[in-house]
Each structure stands twice: as structure tokens, then as C-alpha cells.
Design a binder for this molecule. Structure first.
Ligand code: SPV
Ligand code: MN
Length: 629
């Protein structure tokens, strides 16, 4: 009887709280992992004000967070070598006989479960275990997905408080019917800085069969915050079986004429402007990272899975990101991670306004200007992947629909990567399948100085979701294609590129130009303006952009700007098709035939346009001749 274990190991107050949930399976699960991980104490969080306060205070008491001078602000450090998602040791566990594409990191289920149970045996010794209940997506909704998190990190439990909707009462309400995800996390042994020590035993294992994730010997949020990328992998698998999508997408309201709001989703690989797009100051934000999409009454509807932001802080400054800047300077509850704490209890990060302080404490420990790592490389004031954690309610551009159980109707979907020379700044797909294949499934992003390895290498990242796929690419792409079946109205699909460069390597667009692209996309999604057909999709007409540039950012957009930015680069576009085709032919098992067909049609359109107009085609050529491809 598992409740015996719970009765023995839990203080009566905590035990009583668990008993409020009438679900023997859940009790059995908790008992199993208490027996296995042997925490010294167990705390059950019911989401009461008192319980939430306990988690917040214990994070400071146990040293995982440090109080800063500003009210309600704390800072957390991850181990110097635990600053990002561990792709190598994050694996989808597969039963014997099941295979996924090479691009997805997998391992044999039986052996891996043995390994992780060995690693996690007694891993919580001497520590307190926090048990929390959450709901992904709004509560009381078709989208709701309950999750139980067990963690011995108060920092993780606290972060989740800012990022996710409370779910204890939902578990009570659903009782034995709850079909919930389960996450068991342990930071493992900690060093003198309270950071995970045994990084050689860092593991994130996803067990689809049990809807469960194990995470051990790590603290970095992307590896540990169970409701974020860990549950996302479980949700992709569940959605595939049930006909809904889990996407690595922002959700935003783009404000059009006459108070019209058209909602967009957007998928961008890391460091491609996703958070800053979701925070455009003319628009309203629903979510910045993960969306669930469902077909409801013939329309695509989406919700933000989360209610907070775990955002990259590098580059945030008062001029370019006024909304984030203001929120970070308010008395909202914020957890900073891996930036610099000054001796006065202030903070600094890469490209923050003002001077870089002389010294402080950062992700490398005691830090001073000019400090070098063991290879003689200068250690930056903050880590490039350093983050802030905050609830969305603190942003003044928050869209009122965040918690709407029905979600929002999606009028447009955007895919964008870092691309110096191929895609135009914005274009619209001819139809759903063209958008999914030629834009989403063909998404690549160039590496930057902020990522490891060589700069400027294009990384294939379909739908920016490659790291999180728990189903084959074939199934995932088919699920995206099939999603349009039975829709009364398909959202328009767009591709954007904020990173186009001229031949001297200078960016062709400023950061604020993107405000214009979204206003144009909003008009297009509602068919308020015409567009020009090119071989790779529909592009804006010069007159429309000129007007929008003036109206929105008070900028003169010249015919030369337009010609340079929107010319069709035939050679580069064909080279891209070659690269993508090759990946789908050689690395992906049985990619859908329609993918090859759509790319082949695009190649033909490009070649025939090239015959008439050359390798670089000015849009005016296409417009004047009224060419319809
Ligand atoms: C990303 O890298 O896409 C993130 C941060 O949103 S993480 O939580 O690490 O996934
Ligand atoms: Mn993300």
C-alpha cells in the first residue's frame, strides 16, 4: 500500500494535502520516487499563499537564489558548465524495434531507465523534495494539460511559479481521471556555490510510454523546468495521437486598422529575435515560447502553454526593448540567472545600458573586468544565454486573452531564421502546404558568435522544433500538413528574415523594421492589400511598404531599399533547396513525397524566372510583367 510509505515519510500536514487528491496512481508514483530518491523532507505545494511563500523563501534560505537590492528581485547561478540545454544527454527513450530519425537524439528505453534509476538512487539524500501541480495552457479548457513536478530544487519550483498556471485544484477536481505528465528532477549534489556538481551524470530522459521525464544533475532551466521543454516533448507525442499541435511558437496580437486584432504565431530558432518579436511595442503579447494549436469550429486556435517568460537577457536595453526594460526595472518578482551581481546588489548584463561594473559575482564566480577562462578567453560580464524569469502580467503590452480557455483564432503563422543572403525580409506562402514545406520544414538558422563552433554555419531546424521532436519528422510534417484538413479558413503562412546582409556584410534592416513586416502581414492575412507573386512566394508591393514605413516608424523607405531587400536571389534560393532536399533524402526516414514535390516546383519556378530575368530579379520586373507563377 503506497499510502503507507507516504504516511511514514511525510509529515502529517503534507500527507493531508496529498490526500486531497483522490488518485491512487498519483500517490503510488510519488511514493515510488520518494522511496527511490530518499529526500530528507517532502513539501507538498497546494498553491495556497502560504505554500507559495514557503517555496520563495526557501530558495533564498538554501542559497539557490540570492536576494538583490531591488525589491522582489533575486539571482540564481547555474554551474559554469551548465549554462544551456544539454542536447547530447537529452534523449527520447525508445522501446526495442522503434526508430526515429538520426536528427533526433534517442536511446534504448530499457537500458536508459536502468541507467537513470541508478543515477537517481538516493539522489535527494539530505534535501527537501517539492511536489507541485500545474496546468499547461489555460485551466478549464480543451487545451488544459495537467503536470506534476517533483524537484529538489527550490529554484526550479519557484521559477515554475512565475511561469505556469497553478494546478493543484485542477488535480483535486480531476481526481482519478487526470491524464497528467510527470516530471522528476534532482539537481544532484551541489558544490559550495550551490550549483550542480556531477555534470558528468547530467541526464534528461523522456519516457513517452509513461508520459514521464527524468532530469538529473543539472539546474539550468531548459533542462529542469519540467513544464517547459521537458513537457513539450511529451505534448508533441500526445498531440500527434490526438490531432493537435505543440509548436515552439510565440503568440501575438497584431493590431490592424479600425481596432482589428489578428493573432499570429511565430517560430524562430534561438537567437533569432523571437522574444523581441513577441514584445513589439505596437502589438500585444500572448506568449513568447510555446503554443498549443487546435482546430476548433473550422478555425485554428492557439494558447500560450505558459504564463511567464524565461527570456534571454543579453542585448536587452532601454532603447530597443522598452517593454522588457521597464518590467525588469519594476518591483515585479524576477529571478535573474547567470548575469553579474554587483557588490551593491545590483545587476549587469551584456549590452545593458550604462558602464560595465569593475567586479562582482557572475556565472564564473568572483568576476572582475578582464577575467579570463582557462583557455585565455575573456569571460563576459554575463553568460550569453543568461536569462530573466518573470510573469507576463508585468508587461504593459500583455494581450487580454492570455487566460481565455478558448484561446485565440490564428490568422497568420510566421517562420523565421537567421539568414544573411537568401530569403527576403517577408513573404507569404501560396497556400498552407507551400508554407509548411518551403518555409517551416525548410527553416535554417546561421550560427552566431553566441553559439559554440564556427560562425555563419546554417543549421537545419524545421519549425524551430528539431530539438524537441519526440515523433519522426515524417509524422511531424504530416501532422502539420494534415492540420489544415477540414479548416474553413486557413491561416496565411509567412516567412521573415531580419538578418539579410549586403555584399559588405552590413545588415540591410534595422531592428525596428520588423514592426512594418507584421503590419503588412496583418493586412495580407485579411486580404486588405495585394501582393506580387515571385517564385518563392508573395512579397509586398513597394507602395504599401513605403506607406507603412512612414506611418509606423516614420522612415523613408526608398525604391532602392526595396529593390535591394526584395530582389529574388535565385542562386541562393536554389542552393537552399539543394541543401534541404539532401537532408530530407539522406537523414530523414521516408520524408513525405509532397515535400519533394513542393520543393521541386519551387526550383522550376526559380529556374524559369532566371531564364527570363537573370540570377537576381528585381521585384519590379515581376510586377511590371504581371508574371503569375
Ligand atoms: C530555447 O532555447 O528555445 C528556450 C530556452 O526557450 S530553454 O528553456 O533552454 O529551452
Ligand atoms: Mn524556446
Amino acid at each position: 500500500m503506497p499510502s503507507n510509505i507516504l504516511k511514514e515519510r511525510l509529515e502529517s500536514k503534507q500527507y493531508e494535502k496529498l490526500l486531497r487528491i483522490d488518485n491512487p496512481d498519483l500517490h503510488e508514483f510519488i511514493a515510488k520516487y520518494i522511496e527511490h530518491c530518499t529526500p530528507e523532507k517532502v513539501f507538498v505545494c497546494t498553491d495556497s499563499v502560504e505554500d507559495i511563500k514557503y517555496i520563495r523563501e526557501i530558495s533564498i534560505e538554501n542559497g539557490e537564489e540570492i536576494k538583490l537590492t531591488a525589491e522582489n528581485h533575486t539571482i540564481h547561478f547555474d554551474n559554469y558548465n551548465d549554462q544551456a540545454r544539454d542536447k547530447k544527454n537529452t534523449k527520447i527513450l525508445l522501446p526495442q524495434g522503434v526508430e526515429l530519425d538520426k536528427a533526433i537524439n534517442t536511446a534504448r528505453r530499457k537500458e536508459s531507465l536502468e541507467e537513470i534509476h541508478k543515477i537517481m538512487k538516493d539522489i535527494m539524500k539530505g534535501k527537501e523534495l517539492y511536489i507541485r501541480f500545474f496546468c499547461l495552457g489555460p485551466t478549464n479548457s480543451e487545451f488544459s494539460q495537467p503536470v506534476m513536478q517533483m524537484t529538489d530544487s527550490a529554484y526550479v519550483a519557484h521559477s515554475e511559479d512565475l511561469l505556469y498556471r497553478q494546478g493543484f485544484e485542477e488535480f483535486v477536481r480531476q481526481g482519478r481521471n487526470a491524464r497528467f505528465f510527470k516530471i522528476v528532477h534532482s539537481a544532484g549534489e551541489l558544490d559550495e556555490r550551490n550549483t550542480s556538481k556531477n555534470l558528468d551524470k547530467r541526464r534528461v530522459y523522456i519516457d513517452l510510454e509513461k508520459n514521464m521525464v527524468y532530469s538529473a544533475n543539472t539546474q539550468y532551466g531548459g533542462n529542469t523546468i519540467g513544464l517547459k521543454k521537458l513537457s513539450m516533448r511529451l505534448a508533441i507525442n500526445r498531440g500527434k495521437k490526438e490531432g493537435w499541435l505543440t509548436e515552439h511558437m510565440l503568440v501575438m496580437g497584431v493590431h490592424g486598422p479600425d481596432n482589428r486584432v489578428t493573432y499570429f504565431t511565430g517560430a524562430f530558432p534561438s537567437l533569432c529575435g523571437k522574444t523581441s518579436t513577441s514584445m513589439l511595442d505596437n502589438e500585444t503579447v500572448v506568449g513568447d515560447d510555446i503554443a498549443y494549436l487546435r482546430k476548433i469550429d473550422g478555425r485554428v486556435r492557439a494558447v500560450n502553454v505558459e504564463k511567464g517568460v524565461f527570456g534571454i537577457i543579453m542585448g536587452v536595453n532601454s532603447k530597443d526593448d522598452p517593454i522588457i526594460w521597464n518590467a525588469l526595472h519594476s518591483s515585479a518578482e524576477i529571478i535573474f540567472s547567470n548575469i553579474l551581481m554587483t557588490p551593491e546588489g545590483g545587476v549587469h548584463w551584456i549590452e545593458k545600458d550604462g558602464e560595465i561594473p569593475e567586479k562582482g559575482i557572475n556565472y564564473s564566480g568572483e568576476w572582475y573586468k578582464g577575467k579570463k577562462d582557462e583557455n585565455g578567453k575573456e569571460i563576459t560580464v554575463s553568460h550569453r544565454n543568461a536569462r530573466f524569469t518573470i510573469s507576463l502580467k508585468n508587461f504593459n503590452n500583455l494581450d487580454p486573452t492570455l487566460h481565455d480557455p478558448k484561446g485565440v483564432e490564428i490568422g497568420g503563422m510566421v517562420y523565421g531564421g537567421r539568414d544573411s543572403d537568401t530569403w527576403v525580409p517577408i513573404k507569404e506562402a501560396f497556400d498552407w502546404a507551400h508554407g509548411i514545406i518551403a518555409y517551416g520544414a525548410s527553416l535554417e538558422s546561421e550560427t552566431t558568435a553566441a553559439t559554440l563552433g564556427q560562425e555563419g554555419v546554417r543549421k537545419f531546424n524545421p519549425m524551430s522544433n528539431l530539438d524537441f521532436l519526440s515523433v519522426s519528422l515524417r509524422d511531424y510534417i504530416n501532422a502539420n500538413l494534415d492540420f489544415a484538413k477540414g479548416l474553413e479558413k486557413e491561416p496565411s503562412i509567412f516567412a521573415v528574415n531580419y538578418f539579410l546582409k549586403d555584399k559588405d556584410g552590413n545588415f540591410l534592416n534595422s531592428r525596428e523594421d520588423k514592426k512594418v513586416w507584421y503590419k503588412w502581414a496583418e493586412l495580407r492575412a485579411n486580404r486588405d492589400v495585394d501582393a506580387i507573386d515571385t517564385p518563392t512566394g508573395r512579397i509586398p508591393k513597394y507602395e504599401d511598404l513605403k506607406k507603412l514605413f512612414k506611418e509606423i516608424i516614420n522612415k523613408e523607405f526608398t525604391q532602392e531599399d526595396y529593390n535591394e531587400q526584395f530582389k529574388i536571389r535565385v542562386k541562393e534560393n536554389i542552393a537552399k533547396i539543394d541543401r534541404i532536399e539532401k537532408i530530407y533524402r539522406t537523414q530523414i526516414i521516408d520524408a513525405p513525397q509532397i515535400l519533394h514535390d513542393i520543393l521541386e516546383e519551387q526550383r522550376k519556378r526559380l529556374l524559369s524566372a532566371q531564364e527570363k530575368h537573370g540570377e537576381y530579379i528585381k521585384p519590379s520586373k515581376l510586377a511590371q510583367q504581371g508574371i503569375r507563377f
